[in-house]
Design a protein around this ligand. Structure first.
Ligand code: SF4
Length: 78
């Protein structure tokens, strides 16, 4: 965990990996939503706590979600 707990986060979903199981929607429902292809999209990167966003990334079964500090570029997950 980096030293910038209030940092803006850059969240990306790799659609080549997303299998649409909705785990991220369950863990951070204000951030992720499915598109019409049932793939996760980042609808609002400020829609959930840092903890919930990182939990969503950590619990994605295919590792499709990456999270970084939007200002410094530091990788937070994976
Ligand atoms: S948890 Fe991962 S595989 Fe599941 S919908 Fe979200 S990004 Fe896709």
């Amino acid at each position: 965990m980096n030293a910038r707990p209030n940092a803006r986060l850059r969240i990306e979903v790799d659609h080549l990996c997303c299998v649409g199981n909705a785990m991220c929607l369950a863990l951070a429902p204000g951030v992720f939503a499915h598109n019409e292809s049932r793939q996760s999209e980042v609808m609002n990167p400020k829609g959930g706590s840092r903890e919930d966003i990182l939990a969503a990334a950590e619990n994605c079964p295919t590792g499709a979600i990456s999270v970084s500090d939007a200002d410094t570029g530091e990788t937070l997950f994976p």
